[in-house]
Ligand binder design. Structure first.
Ligand code: ATP
Ligand code: MG
Length: 551
């Protein structure tokens, strides 16, 4: 454990436990339900669980909490494994709650034998009604007094498929007057005929979350079971199960879940976005899913850094999305290759360049001396940005205009001589001369200019598509917004822009990270090909957006 950083409250507990000799080593788990793709909230839980184990020399299980067959699928299992690996973590064991179905069944039988569980024939509504309210104790029903042999027989019948879905449930017999509603005879098993992605049709009864989660922790000998705050009221039941069954004493600890501005973070809602076609897929680059962020160009390092910076708390809060963007910008600045791309082109003719072409060299990353240089062809016809030319330049305009000089990045200083317009008054061409003594890196011209422009040689230019993204939702705090969250979808969250790029991009690898000069950080989309290059904007260069908000 590094001493420089103060420990968070869970690290405190673990270091005390280890100091007291309570455990030889710790074992944590990350327990997703395979009913959707992981999102950035899960990344926080992954970084925490795997991070704790790493810091304290322990290990972590990946456990699929697959007790709800109707909504679960192998596609989700595969995506979850890919995402955890991509984030940079390794599990020591891949576990499935469904592998414990026999064991869980026998735990339930043990509870019945101890007079601590019973079969109830009531409907869900009746059970809810009989449960009382936090201030009014629940009322029992006649089923509560069933004998042990009768309960054993009925429960076996449930398993054997004698009853219809929902006809009976198994409940714990705890305390109908408990101030904790979760202790008022919670359900342990329900009848549900649904095909399970691993156990097929072997079972028609499935354990409830509260009779699978803690028990699975014990079966695996998890030492520290970390979950989110909404499970605090479940903790008494977690402990009750361990005590009554006499199984390994895992302990549950709770931290605040991650909430972020401008997004939703529930698999159920994200599934709706996919199914109703508001986004293309789970890995749509606008999604807060790990797969979406990967496709957009986020790096695992930046997500881990983000999780580290937000730390863990015992109270819910909402984190500004721009913090995550700050983290990815920081990392990409260090690793991204610089390239030149022009989006809204205007032709710049170099009137005194008669060499046909010249191959120049441009540094790939000024932050990284080892990143080397690349070839950039220069010729007498270039594309520059339309916004980089002004017919009647204002005083502080340091780009191109009649009589003005600028440096073309990694090339020469050019001076604008004239321009051409079409009938509608739009500029069609700009003419300039270059100074042969001003070549970047070998400049003996003695001329000083304030502006540097990016450019692309017209005859070498490659057409590309840039996907420019904006927030998927237009309100900051969706949890307190009225009505349906989908009412707040930003209709302009994706803009596909045609552009001209320097030819180096054609031969770059698919997973290279780029900074397109003055435009932002970009990553090649998975559907990009050499003939149809598509780049997703990961994040802009500056947090212009946050500044805008403060105005
Ligand atoms: P969702 O509501 O999105 O489906 P969930 O909690 O039901 O989330 P699980 O698959 O059960 O999803 O979660 C696996 C683990 O990830 C759990 O331990 C859960 O507490 C944690 N987790 C889920 N969402 C967040 C979040 N926003 N912040 C931190 N941890 C989270
Ligand atoms: Mg869940």
């Amino acid at each position: 454990m590094s001493e420089e950083k103060s420990l968070n409250f869970i690290e405190e507990i673990i270091s005390q436990d280890l100091a007291a000799g309570k455990y030889k080593s710790i074992l944590t788990r990350f327990p997703p339900e395979p009913n959707g793709y992981l999102h950035i909230g899960h990344a926080k839980s992954i970084c925490l669980n795997f991070g704790l184990a790493k810091s304290f020399g322990g290990s972590t299980n990946l456990r699929f909490d697959d007790t709800n067959p109707a909504k679960e699928d192998i596609e989700y299992v595969d995506s979850i494994k890919e995402d955890v690996k991509w984030l940079g973590f390794e599990w020591v064991k891949e576990c499935y709650a469904s592998d414990y179905f026999d064991q869980l069944y026998s735990f339930a039988v043990q509870l019945i034998e101890k007079g601590l569980a019973y079969v109830d024939d009531s409907s869900a509504e009746e059970i809810a009604q009989q449960k009382g309210t936090p201030t009014v104790p629940g009322t029992g029903n006649a089923f509560r007094n069933r004998s042990i042999p009768e309960n054993l027989e009925l429960f076996a019948g449930m398993k054997a498929g004698k009853y219809a879905d929902g006809e009976k449930v198994l409940r714990a017999k705890i305390d109908l007057a408990s101030p904790n509603m979760h202790m008022r005879d919670p359900l342990l098993y329900r009848i549900k005929r649904a095909h399970h992605h691993r156990t097929g049709d072997a079972w028609c009864i499935y354990p409830m979350y509260d009779f699978a989660h803690g028990q699975s922790d014990s079966i695996e000998n998890i030492t520290h079971s970390v979950c989110t705050l909404e499970f605090i009221p479940h903790r008494a039941l977690y402990d009750w199960g361990i005590e009554q069954l006499g199984i390994y004493p895992s302990h549950q600890y709770e931290f605040a879940r991650l909430n972020m501005t401008y997004t939703v973070m529930s698999k159920r809602k994200l599934l709706q976005l996919v199914e109703e076609g508001h986004v293309e897929s789970w890995d749509d680059p606008r999604m807060p899913t790990i797969s979406g962020m990967r496709r957009r160009g986020y790096t695992p390092e930046s997500i881990r850094d983000f999780c580290d910076r937000i730390g863990i708390a015992k109270r819910e809060n909402i984190i500004d999305f721009s913090l995550l963007e700050f983290c990815v910008r920081e990392h990409l600045n260090k690793v991204a290759q610089r390239r030149m791309v022009v989006t809204n082109p205007i032709k710049l003719v170099i009137t005194n360049f008669d060499k046909g072409e010249e191959i120049l060299h441009s540094e790939n990353n000024p932050e990284d001396p080892n990143a080397g240089t690349r070839d950039v062809p220069f010729s007498n016809e270039l594309w520059i940005e339309r916004e980089d030319f002004m017919e009647e330049p204002t005083k502080k305009y340091f780009r191109l205009g009649p009589g003005l000089s600028v440096r073309l990045k990694s090339a020469y200083i050019v001076t604008c001589e004239s321009f051409e317009k079409d009938e509608a008054g739009n500029i069609t061409k700009v003419f300039a001369s270059y100074n042969p003594d001003s070549k970047s890196g070998q400049d003996t011209s003695g001329i000083h200019v304030k502006g540097t422009l990016h450019w692309v040689s017209a005859k070498h230019a490659v057409p590309v598509t840039l996907n420019e993204y904006d927030r998927l939702f237009s309100v900051e705090d969706l949890s307190s917004a009225d009505g349906d969250f989908k009412d707040y979808i930003n209709p302009n969250s994706l803009k596909a822009v045609k552009a001209f790029a320097e030819p180096a991009l054609v031969n770059d690898t698919l997973d290279a990270r780029f900074q397109f000069l003055r435009k932002g950080y970009f990553y090649q989309d998975k559907n990009s090909t050499k003939d149809n290059l598509i780049f997703n904007r990961t994040v802009g260069l500056k947090d212009a957006w946050a500044k805008e908000q403060k105005k």
